[in-house]
Design a protein around this ligand. Structure first.
Ligand code: ADP
Length: 507
């Protein structure tokens, strides 16, 4: 403060002291008060008396005045919420006691301490939460692993079961059809046959739905897009559903827009499945009126709508009907498992589209959707124009029923058929008789289809081989192609489809 005038320094000092509310007491060696200054009243010291013992007048100094060197007593509480710092300074045979009010500083420190405490509690809590999070994460990843394992087991179980169910079911359906075609049955027998057919069909669609749902859950459904004659597909659906609708006195029609190309590249099987699900529902839930399908084409997109005049679906239920196993209480008396719409919804998404519903309880339901599709020009493939008389087919299947059934179809169509009941026999016969094509069951005793095909290809058998399998699993399909099959068909094999495929391959 060298350049500041002394009067200004004094003024500043006085202001500073006033701000600190400083008080001093001058005490002699016996502890009696000699003098005082500053603001004793600020510390509650109103009646200070000279020559009287200080400890009798200033209680909080009791015990501190016999100190022989300078000492500072910090944050002494002098009652209420007031705190002071006391400087005791022995000097020249007497003692100076300086009092500073530090209540504000004390409060600030308290507050800071409190904040530090809160912060450390928070840090502790945070580390606890992090630990809990880590434990939960570990637990979840363990549970996820177990769940994935369980889903895999379940899907394998269902795939095996479905294969076991499909094979005998194929025989039941095939022989029922043969009996039906024979047309020698009387009225009762026809009725019984119809019932067997209906129930076998129902069973098959249930198995397929359960299997599809399982595969969708684990992302195992892959699309197989190919040339599809859409107009033919729609004509097939019309002839399939018209009699069923007529039986319920319902009007049924499929309207097709004029610009619909004949050939589209789509997954025919899956698109057919979606339409069948929607039309089946329309007819199943509608008692009076109509079910109508509309198909339209616009720039790489195939639109479809299935409208009915049935009971409709309330707006709350419209959110839920695409969830697996959801069925309205009104549907409980009708057949179904609540899987059709869930499967259709996911299949349409897989095909690059969307499916939605609009409905009101008075006016029926309207299921609208679209899938992505490309149009193509495809040469007409007429199966009937090919002569089959010289074509030799080796049919391999361990089920005698199924073998006889397919043999019958093939022979009816003019093919020469040789049969084998396992892979080993098939390899031997194929090398001896040199068939033009082999139909190979993949799951067989002694030597399975995969190994048989592998052996045949290793022995330079170059003619086409069609895998016939009860498994819909993508991995099995891929493996069949890997070992050397040219086509893969799942059981129950549709005879028309099989004949078409054979014709296409041997052309
Ligand atoms: P399911 O037909 O086997 O019951 P879906 O998944 O196909 O299973 O349908 C789920 C539910 O949605 C049905 O049980 C029914 O309650 C309702 N639903 C579906 N389609 C219609 C429709 N066209 N009219 C009225 N309700 C329908």
């Amino acid at each position: 403060m060298a350049n500041i005038p002394a009067s200004v320094v004094r003024y500043i000092q006085s202001m500073w002291m006033a701000e600190m509310i400083l008080t001093y007491l001058h005490v002699d060696i016996q502890g009696r008060l000699i003098d005082w200054g500053g603001y004793p009243q600020h510390y509650g010291l109103i009646d200070l008396t000279k020559d009287k013992l200080v400890v009798e007048q200033v209680n909080f100094l009791d015990g501190f005045l016999d100190i022989t060197h300078t000492e500072v007593l910090q944050y002494l509480n002098i009652g209420g919420s007031r705190y002071i710092n006391v400087h005791i300074v022995p000097l020249d045979g007497s003692i100076y006691v300086l009092l500073f009010d530090v209540t504000d500083e004390h409060n600030k420190q308290q507050k800071m301490q409190q904040q530090v405490n809160e912060l450390s509690i928070l840090t502790y809590r945070q580390s606890q939460l992090l630990q809990e999070l880590e434990t939960t994460r570990k637990k979840l990843s363990e549970e996820k692993k177990q769940l994935e394992q369980a889903i895999k087991l379940k899907s394998n179980f269902i795939a095996t079961l479905s294969h076991e169910l499909r094979t005998p079911l194929t025989s039941i359906m095939g022989y029922t059809k043969l009996l039906d075609d024979a047309k020698q049955a009387n009225d009762y027998e026809t009725k019984y046959l119809d019932s067997v057919k209906r129930n076998a069909n129902h069973l098959l669609s249930l198995i397929d739905n359960v299997l599809d749902q399982t595969k969708l859950e684990i992302g195992q459904i892959k699309l197989h897009s190919n040339n599809c004659n859409v107009k033919q597909l729609l004509a097939d659906l019309k002839s399939l559903f018209l009699p069923i609708a007529q039986e319920k006195n319902l009007l049924f029609d499929i309207k097709i827009s004029n610009n619909l190309p004949t050939q589209l590249i789509i997954d025919e099987l899956r698109f057919r499945q979606v339409l069948i699900n929607l039309i089946t529902n329309g007819i199943k839930f509608t008692d009076k009126g109509f079910v109508e399908v509309e198909i339209a084409w616009q720039n790489g997109r195939l639109d479809f709508t299935v409208t009915d005049s049935g009971p409709g679906i309330s707006s709350e239920s419209q959110q839920k009907i695409f969830t697996a196993f959801h069925r309205e209480s009104t549907a409980k008396t009708l057949p179904g498992a609540g899987l059709g719409l869930a499967i259709s919804y996911h299949l349409v998404e897989l095909m690059g589209g969307q499916l939605s519903v609009e409905s009101s309880p008075q006016f029926g339901s309207n299921f609208t959707g679209f899938i992505s599709a490309n149009s193509v020009q495809f040469p007409n493939n007429n199966v009937n124009s090919i002569s089959h008389t010289n074509i030799k087919v080796l049919l391999v299947d361990d089920s005698i029923d199924l073998r006889s059934l397919i043999e019958l179809y093939l022979e009816n169509y003019g093919y020469a058929v040789i049969t084998a009941s396992d892979g080993q026999e098939a390899v031997k016969l194929a090398l001896q008789t040199k068939p033009d094509i082999i139909l190979m069951d993949m799951q067989m005793p002694v030597l399975d289809g995969y190994n048989a095909v592998q052996q045949l290809r290793a022995k330079k058998f170059t003619k086409p081989i069609i895998a016939l399998s009860g498994s819909n699993i993508e991995h099995d399909r891929k493996y069949a192609f890997e070992v050397g099959c040219n086509e893969y068909m799942t059981k129950p094999v549709d005879p028309e489809n099989l004949l078409n495929t054979i014709s296409k391959i041997i052309q």
